[in-house]
Design a protein around this ligand. Structure first.
Ligand code: KG4
Ligand code: ZN
Length: 364
């Protein structure tokens, strides 16, 4: 790792247009710049990400985003070793916008092109932020992803399980909608839950009877809808306390399911005898204090180190793509102008695709 590698990364697979410059040298990895243009307001009226609107916004903004990332990093295109880009999985129009921009830069400058799997970007983030060594267990939990992976190498992942329907962030967002709370739902449900009693309403803990690491969250949302409708039918409306109790019960069900499935995933991981066992979490849902605290307790019980990257690197960003590009580039991997944009691209090629597409793109 003696020679420094500097890479420009591009990300456009969902509803964030992002560009970043990352350098890795003998001292470790350094984020020289990380620019994210969100699109929340463009989609807010539709209750989810509209792929065509997202793709157009990416195409309009990505070159501005690249220019800003280079300027903030104080780096010229000629200082770069390569350009890395998310080539999937994700909403195909958006992925195409990034891939075409990266190809344009590569064709114009002669820089090598490195295609990156978006999920590998998330999964390798603990190496970017904390220099974590392989193998480690990672739980990706966001609005679009939910899976347990053992990261064994920059391109070697073994998937232990994942959601068969909604991702937890999606469940929080739908719960907030059902209770008239603002989006994104996770932070609003968490805030309401603080004043509630998690034992007042008992929600199902899906798939705990199955001895695997798969998860399901869509039934939980239906149970919440039923509980809400029952209170409304009985009392004519929800009180502040009802809403807090519903949020607390709903969040507790997610906490309990993630805790138990994490124990199972850790048992499988620990059986492989890692020298320095680590559980990392990434994704927007990792911001949830109750989930985080429970996962930390589970790790303590099982003698495993717990780590979570800072939130802005947990959610979609291009620094993780630039870093994953560095890992591939350092191994001599390059793509060329035939690089394809892929809507689906499972990290673990040996595991069958999971069910469920999700509003925020492919989860497989
Ligand atoms: O990783 P992210 O920014 O975007 C993708 O899904 O790709 O994650 C956003 C998701 C949203 O569904 C949001 O409701 C959820 O993360 N989230 C939370 C919290 N903060 C954000 N969920 C639970 N508790 C939170 N505090
Ligand atoms: Zn993501």
């Amino acid at each position: 790792m003696a020679d420094a590698i500097t890479i420009l990364g591009l990300e456009s697979s969902c509803d964030d247009t992002a560009a970043a410059v990352v350098r890795r040298d003998g001292q470790g990895a350094h984020i020289l710049s990380s620019v994210v243009y969100g699109q929340t307001e463009l989609h807010s009226a539709f209750g989810g990400v509209v792929p065509e609107i997202a793709a157009r916004a990416h195409a309009e903004k990505i070159d501005l985003c690249v220019a800003e990332a280079l300027e903030r990093a104080g780096v010229a295109l000629t200082d770069l070793d390569a350009v890395a880009v998310t080539a999937g999985p994700g909403l195909i129009g958006g992925v195409l916008a990034g891939v075409m921009c990266a190809k344009g830069i590569a064709a114009a400058t002669g820089l090598p092109l490195v295609g990156v799997n978006h999920l590998a970007g998330h999964a390798l983030t603990p190496r970017l932020t904390d220099g974590i060594g392989f193998p480690y267990l990672i739980l990706l939990v966001s609005g679009g992803h939910c899976q347990y992976l053992i990261a064994k190498g920059p391109e070697e992942f073994s998937r232990l399980g994942g959601t068969i329907d909604d991702a937890p962030g999606e469940a929080f967002d739908k719960a907030a909608r059902l209770l008239g709370l603002p989006q994104p739902g996770g932070p609003s449900v968490e805030a309401e839950a603080k004043a509630g009693d998690p034992r007042h309403f008992r929600f199902p803990r899906p798939l705990l009877d199955r001895d695997d690491c798969n998860l399901s969250f869509s039934g939980l949302k239906t149970a919440l809808l039923r509980a809400r409708d029952q209170i409304v039918a009985e009392k004519g409306g929800l009180t502040r306390a009802d809403r807090a109790d519903l949020c607390a019960g709903f969040q507790q069900a997610i906490v309990d399911v993630l805790a138990e499935k994490t124990r199972r995933a850790l048992r499988i991981y620990l059986a492989e005898g890692p020298a320095d066992p680590v559980l990392a979490v990434a994704g927007g849902v990792a911001a949830n204090g109750a989930i985080r605290a429970k996962l930390e307790t589970v790790c303590e019980e099982m003698g495993v180190r717990f780590t979570a990257p800072p939130l802005k690197l947990c959610t979609d960003n291009a620094a993780m793509i630039a870093y994953a590009g560095i890992e591939r580039f350092a191994r001599g991997e390059r793509d060329d102008l035939t690089l394809m944009a892929r809507p689906r691209w499972p990290l673990d090629k040996a595991s069958p695709a999971l069910l469920g597409g999700g509003k925020k793109g492919a989860k497989a």
